[in-house]
Design a protein around this ligand. Structure first.
Ligand SMILES: [Zn+2]
Length: 81
C-alpha cells in the first residue's frame, strides 16, 4: 500500500485547509463587494439629496417646490403666471 493512514490524513488536512481558505477568501470577497456596493449607493443617495437641497426651492406664490433656477416658478398653472 503506497497510501498509508498518515499520508491519507495529511491529504485530507491539506484539502481541508485549501477548502476553508478558499471559502474564507470567497466570503471576504463577497463582504468587500457588498460594502463597496453599499458605499456606492449611499454616496448616490447623499449626492441626490444634496442636489435636491441645492436646486429645489418653493415658489413664493404657489409654494410648489420647483427648481431654484426657474424663478419664480416653472409651473404652468402658477397663479403668478
Ligand atoms: Zn409658482
Amino acid at each position: 500500500m503506497g497510501l498509508s493512514f498518515g499520508k491519507l490524513f495529511l491529504l485530507i488536512l491539506v484539502l481541508a485547509v485549501v477548502w476553508f481558505g478558499w471559502r474564507y477568501f470567497r466570503v471576504r470577497e463577497k463582504e468587500a463587494e457588498i460594502a463597496a456596493e453599499r458605499m456606492r449607493q449611499g454616496g448616490v443617495v447623499k449626492a441626490a439629496l444634496r442636489e435636491e437641497a441645492e436646486t429645489m426651492a418653493p415658489c413664493r406664490v404657489c409654494r410648489t417646490y420647483v427648481s431654484a433656477n426657474s424663478a419664480p416658478c416653472a409651473r404652468a398653472d402658477c397663479p403668478q403666471r
